[in-house]
Structures are given as structure tokens and as C-alpha cells.
Design a protein around this ligand. Structure first.
Ligand code: SAM
Length: 374
């Protein structure tokens, strides 16, 4: 690209929050847009870079709320194998893609909200960055859970916090019959029309943040810096924890391919379902050992139309072979219609033998109405 083309692109994509060096004496911005230093985020980067391995070769890194991509580009310059920057605002992704083109670096950017982060679609990353992000989040706990799921080793958080000099100390207080630790978390009052991604919602105290992150599942949380009402934290997951996360992550997506909606009493009912392994655990067709524990099957419950349960273990069908995450298979299950005429619900769910029905892991079921007529 010529200098004129670069300058025209920068103008077209204004305003810029990130100051990124494009070479040839050109940076993405020359003035502050919302009170941040003109060279933002060079100052926080001094601390953030201390939290990252010097050499990122072989590592994957996800930058959530990447803005124009300053941190993503720095990670790529340190040799990261895969870098994905996501941001909820299209404008910032357009900026990041423009910078990528100018710098000629090989990294990915996608418009994606933190609530959409999902291992099935983007995979898991050794390192995740959530810098200047979490105080923008109305659904803070949901977002932290998503950040946890897509992180394999380490999550770095940089955030505004509740002003330390005005933060009440944590204390123990009875809730019901149990003594619980209570930590301060400030809610920022907003106008009703406030747009989530630019307004602020929660300013946690350091203690609240540590409790939230440890509750989410991280094994260790280190407060790296607290300065000017902002904090940097590094949260780590052990290999054993990652292993535990995947185990029994049973989620199914079920769809009916064919099956009767009307039948005579006692008649055979043949259903074909498309089942998808939408979780993270491989479905073992024959189980984990000789007892068959963990063998995954398609199962069905029989309910009356008013939801009264008639038969919990109404019928089952085996998987033809082990089903890896993301894979889909058609399964036939044959059931026997009830002897009594009436309206029924056949509810399909997957079951892992001697472990649980998938519904207990939060997976959805498939409900099918059946009319038995004499
Ligand atoms: C204060 S800026 C921080 C940018 C950059 N990470 C940094 O530290 O300089 C917050 C960024 O998070 C993005 N953001 C806010 N809410 C988001 C959400 N729910 N999902 C994804 N990105 C979001 C905004 O669009 C913005 O680019």
C-alpha cells in the first residue's frame, strides 16, 4: 500500500483508540479520542508483556475485546502460532483488518461478542487476554465462564476496579445458616438506553474479582498490579483442571428425522433421530470398562400430556460406534405405544450409563407429542 492509501484508510476508519506503529513514521492516531493517552495502550503493555512468556512460539492466543488489535499484533510479533482477536464492535474489527493488511501479518480477527465465545466454534487457546473489557459487561459472570472455557492455560485480565480508597473491606456474614464472605462490587448507574459495549456496568473490588475468578474454576489467581483504580490479574488453569473440564462435558443436539405422531395402543413406534455430540467429551459406545460404565445411548421417557411421568426408562438404543465431539449420527429407536388411548409426550435424551442423563449436565432434550387412539 502507498503512504497515501494508508493515510486515506486511517482517515476513513477514524476514530482510533489504539496507537499502532505502521512503519514509515505513520501511527494509527495522533490525538486522544476519549481522554486516553495518545500512545494508548503503550503504558499498560509494559505490565501486560511481563505477564506473557517472552517467546510465544507454538502458543495460541485469543484477544477478547481486541479493539484495533494492538495486543494481538504484539503477540504475533512475539511468534505466537495462532492469534485470534475478537471484538463486539464491527468498527474495531474493520480497523484491525486494515492494520493487518498494512503490516502483512498472519492473524485472524472476527466480530464476536464475549457471550458468543464457544470452544466448538473457535477452539481453545493457551492464553486469553481480556484487557479493558470486563467493566463493559452487563453479564459479567456469564462472560467469565466463557473466558474460562476457551482458555487452556492462562487468562490475563486488565480492568477498572472499584476505587480502592472507597471500597469497604470484605467481611463474614450469616446467610441462612452459613457464614459467608461478602466482597464489595460496585454497580455503575446508567441511563436506560446505555449501550453495553461502551458504558461501564460493574466495578469489582480486588477481593470480589479474585472470588469471581476462583469460583469460575481457575486454580490460581495472581494480582500483578493495582494502580490508578485499575488492576492486572493473571489466572492459571492446571493441566489436571483442563482434564476435569472436558470429562463429562456431555451435551447433545437432537433432531427428529422421522417418527409417528399417531398410533394404535401397543403398536411398535419407530423413531429416527439425528444426534450430534455438541459437547467436549467423546461418547463411548461401549463404555469405559467391562461394566459398561459411561456407555452413551439414546434414551426416551414417556410422560402423559399433563407431564405426569409414566416410564422414565421407556426405551434405549445403542450408538453404532464412538462419537467424537462435533460428529453427527442417525439413530433408530423402537418403542412400544402405551395400551391406554390418550395424549402423550415422548421425551428423548442421551444417557451415559451409571453417570447421568445428559439433561443433568444442562443439555437440551427433544420432546415429541404422540396421540394413541383406539
Ligand atoms: C476499553 S476498550 C479496550 C480495548 C483493548 N482490549 C485495550 O485494552 O486497549 C474495550 C473493547 O472491548 C470491546 N467490547 C466491549 N464489550 C464487548 C463484548 N460484550 N464483547 C466483545 N467485545 C466487547 C469494545 O468494543 C472495545 O473495543
Amino acid at each position: 500500500m502507498t503512504t497515501d492509501e494508508i493515510l486515506a484508510g486511517l482517515k476513513r476508519l477514524e476514530p482510533w483508540f489504539h496507537s499502532i506503529d505502521l512503519g514509515g513514521g505513520i501511527t494509527t492516531k495522533t490525538e486522544s479520542v476519549m481522554g486516553e493517552p495518545v500512545d494508548h495502550p503503550h503504558e499498560p503493555w509494559q505490565v501486560i508483556q511481563q505477564c506473557l512468556p517472552r517467546d510465544l512460539h507454538g502458543k495460541s492466543l485469543l484477544d477478547v475485546g481486541c479493539n484495533a488489535g494492538f495486543y494481538s499484533f504484539e503477540a504475533k510479533r512475539r511468534g505466537a502460532a495462532r492469534v485470534l482477536g475478537v471484538d463486539g464492535q464491527r468498527q474495531h474489527i474493520r480497523q484491525a483488518l486494515f492494520v493487518r493488511k498494512v503490516l502483512g501479518l498472519d492473524l485472524e480477527f472476527r466480530r464476536m461478542n464475549v457471550y458468543e465465545l464457544d470452544r466448538q466454534t473457535i477452539g481453545q487457546f493457551d492464553i486469553t487476554l481480556a484487557l479493558g473489557l470486563i467493566y463493559h459487561l452487563k453479564h459479567l459472570v456469564l462472560a467469565l465462564e466463557n473466558l474460562y472455557k476457551v482458555t487452556r492455560e492462562m487468562l490475563v485480565i486488565e480492568t477498572a476496579i472499584m476505587p480502592p480508597e472507597r471500597t469497604p473491606a470484605s467481611f463474614t456474614h450469616p446467610l441462612g445458616e452459613t457464614q459467608m464472605r461478602l466482597h464489595a462490587l460496585a454497580l455503575v448507574e446508567n441511563p436506560q438506553a446505555a449501550k453495553e459495549q461502551v458504558f461501564n456496568w460493574f466495578l469489582p473490588s480486588i477481593a470480589a474479582l479474585e472470588a469471581l475468578l476462583s469460583n469460575t474454576g481457575f486454580d490460581s489467581i495472581e494480582v500483578v498490579e493495582v494502580k490508578n483504580e485499575r488492576a492486572v490479574l493473571v489466572c492459571r488453569k492446571s493441566a489436571a483442571q483442563s482434564e476435569r473440564d472436558v470429562r463429562h462435558h456431555y451435551v447433545a443436539a437432537l433432531a427428529l428425522e422421522s417418527g409417528p405422531t399417531i398410533s394404535r395402543p401397543g403398536e411398535d413406534l419407530r423413531f429416527t433421530l439425528q444426534v450430534k455430540n455438541a459437547g467436549l467429551t467423546r461418547w463411548a459406545a461401549r463404555g469405559e470398562d467391562e461394566t459398561g460404565k459411561g456407555a452413551v445411548q439414546l434414551g426416551a421417557h414417556l410422560l402423559r400430556a399433563d407431564e405426569e411421568e409414566l416410564s422414565w426408562d421407556y426405551g434405549r438404543a445403542d450408538l453404532p460406534y464412538d462419537l467424537e465431539p462435533g460428529k453427527v449420527e442417525s439413530i433408530i429407536v423402537t418403542l412400544r405405544a402405551p395400551q391406554e388411548a390418550g395424549r402423550y409426550i415422548v421425551e428423548f435424551d442421551m444417557v451415559a450409563e451409571h453417570i447421568a442423563w445428559f439433561e443433568d449436565f444442562g443439555s437440551g432434550t427433544l420432546r415429541h407429542e404422540l396421540l394413541v387412539s383406539p
